[in-house]
Design a protein around this ligand. Structure first.
Ligand code: SF4
Length: 425
C-alpha cells in the first residue's frame, strides 16, 4: 500500500531556485501532497540543490547525510543545479532514495510515485499562485545563460537561456500580486530575457506590460549593467516607483586584465560608463554589485583598479566574495592563484568601503519619502523601500502592507511610521 506524500522542502541557493521549489511544492500539493515544516513529520524530503561553489555542493551532501542519520525512514530526493551538474556523484550516494536532474515539477512527481509515495492524478504544473513564505513574490521570467564566465558553473547546470512567453509571465504576475505587494523579476540571466522568443521580446517591454495590467511593485533581481537598455532605464525613471529604483549590477572586477580572465564580455570602461549614465538619469536609487576578489591573476595593481571603481561609483551596498575555485570550470585551472590571506584582506577593504557608502546613502535619505513594503511576520516585521533599504517600523505595521512614509534616522538606523491597515494578501 502506498503513502500520500508529506513533504519537507529545503532550498539552497538563489531566488530562481526558491521559485523552482515553490513550483514543485504547488504541483505536489495540487496532487494531494502536504507540506510540513519539520522533517520529523515528513515521509519525504525534497532538497533543491545549488552548485554555485564547491561548498554549495558539499552543503547539499551534508544535509542528505544528516537527514539520513536522524530520520532513517525518511525518503530523500534531491533536485536542482548541483544534482544536474554532479548527477553521477548523487547517484552514488547510498543515503539518497531518488533524484531529479533539474527542476521539473512533473519529474519530481514521477520520482515520488516511483518511491511508492503516490500522488493523485489531475492538476499538473501551472502558473505559481503564491510563494508559501515571504511577503515578496519571486516571478521567474527565464532560465539559463548564454554567457561563458570562466568561474561560473550555473550556466553549465542550467544550459542556454530560455525565456517564458510574455503572456504566461503576465498571467502569473496577476495571480502572485493577489498575495504579494512586490514581485521580484528573477532568472539566471534576466538581461537576455526575450532574445529567444519569436517574435523577440525585451525585459523592458515585459515589465511595462506587467505594470500596465497588474497593480504591484516590481523589482529587478541581478542584471548586467551593460544589458540595461534605454527602454528599461526610462521605465525605471518614469514608472513612479512601480519598477523599484534599485539595480543590482554585478561588477566582479574593476580590472580589464581580470575581466578578460573571467571571460566577461565587457570592459571596465563599458561598465563604468553605463552605471554613470544610469545614475545620472535616476538620481537617488539603490545600487548594489557583486565583486569577486582574489581571482587568479589579480595582483595589487588590478585590485587597486577595482577599489578605485568601487570608490567612484554610487553603490549603496556590495556583496564581496573571495574567489573560491569551482571544480570543472575554466577558472579552476588558471595559474597565479592569490593567497587566501591576501584575498581576505582585500575583501575586508572593500566591505569597509561598502559600509561607509551605505551609511552615507542612508544619511542622505533621512527626512525623505519612501515607498515601503512590510516584510516578515509576527514581531519580526521590517520595511523594505523601493531603493532596497531595510527600515525599522513604528506605528501599526501589517505584513504585506505598502505605504509611503518619511524616513528618519535614529541611532544610526532608518525608521518609518506605518499606518494601521486591514490585513493584506
Ligand atoms: S553571466 Fe556569467 S556569472 Fe552570470 S550566470 Fe551567466 S555565465 Fe554565470
Amino acid at each position: 500500500m502506498s503513502d500520500r506524500p508529506t513533504v519537507w522542502f529545503h532550498t539552497f541557493g538563489c531566488k530562481a531556485n526558491q521559485y523552482d521549489t515553490e513550483r514543485i511544492r504547488q504541483t505536489l500539493e495540487r496532487r494531494g501532497a502536504a507540506t510540513v515544516d519539520d522533517p520529523e513529520l515528513a515521509n519525504v524530503a525534497v532538497i533543491n540543490t545549488c552548485t554555485v561553489t564547491n561548498q554549495a555542493d558539499a552543503n547539499a551532501r551534508h544535509l542528505v547525510r544528516r537527514l539520513r542519520r536522524r530520520h532513517p525512514r525518511l525518503k530523500i530526493v534531491t533536485a536542482g543545479c548541483s544534482t544536474s551538474f554532479r548527477e553521477e556523484m548523487y547517484r552514488a550516494m547510498p543515503e539518497l532514495d531518488g533524484l531529479v536532474a533539474g527542476h521539473d515539477p512533473e519529474a519530481v512527481v514521477e520520482e515520488l510515485d516511483r518511491l511508492g509515495l503516490e500522488t493523485t492524478s489531475g492538476a499538473l504544473d501551472g502558473p505559481l499562485e503564491r510563494n508559501r513564505r515571504g511577503t515578496r513574490g519571486w516571478l521567474k521570467v527565464q532560465d539559463g545563460c548564454d554567457r561563458k564566465c570562466s568561474f561560473c558553473a550555473t550556466r553549465l547546470a542550467r544550459g542556454a537561456s530560455v525565456s517564458r512567453p510574455v503572456d504566461e509571465v503576465v498571467e502569473e504576475a496577476k495571480r502572485l500580486a493577489v498575495h504579494h505587494p512586490e514581485l521580484v523579476i528573477t532568472g539566471i540571466h534576466i538581461g537576455h530575457y526575450g532574445h529567444d522568443l519569436r517574435p523577440p521580446a525585451t525585459l523592458a517591454r515585459l515589465c511595462a506590460r506587467i505594470l500596465d495590467r497588474v497593480d504591484v511593485r516590481l523589482r529587478l533581481s541581478s542584471i548586467e549593467a551593460t544589458e540595461i537598455d534605454d527602454d528599461l532605464l526610462s521605465l525605471l525613471a518614469e514608472s513612479g516607483g512601480q519598477l523599484a529604483p534599485h539595480l543590482h549590477v554585478p561588477l566582479q572586477s574593476g580590472s580589464d586584465a581580470v575581466l578578460r580572465l573571467m571571460r566577461r564580455w565587457h570592459t571596465r570602461a563599458d561598465y563604468r560608463a553605463r552605471v554613470l549614465q544610469i545614475a545620472d538619469r535616476l538620481g537617488s536609487f539603490g545600487l548594489g554589485a557583486d565583486v569577486i576578489v582574489g581571482f587568479p591573476g589579480e595582483g595589487s595593481r588590478e585590485f587597486d583598479e577595482t577599489r578605485a571603481l568601487v570608490e567612484e561609483l554610487p553603490y549603496t551596498y556590495l556583496h564581496v566574495f573571495p574567489y573560491s575555485a569551482r571544480d570543472d570550470t575554466v577558472a579552476a585551472s588558471l595559474p597565479d592563484r592569490v593567497p587566501g590571506d591576501v584575498a581576505a584582506d582585500r575583501s575586508r577593504e572593500l566591505r569597509e568601503i561598502a559600509v561607509s557608502k551605505a551609511a552615507a546613502y542612508e544619511a542622505h535619505r533621512d527626512g525623505t519619502w519612501a515607498d515601503i513594503v512590510v516584510e516578515g511576520h509576527d514581531d519580526r516585521l521590517v520595511g523594505v523601500t523601493g531603493d532596497y533599504l531595510r527600515v525599522e517600523l513604528g506605528g501599526a505595521p501589517t505584513a504585506g502592507a505598502r505605504f509611503a512614509a518619511v524616513l528618519r534616522r535614529r541611532d544610526g538606523r532608518l525608521v518609518a511610521r506605518a499606518p494601521a491597515v486591514e490585513k493584506v494578501g
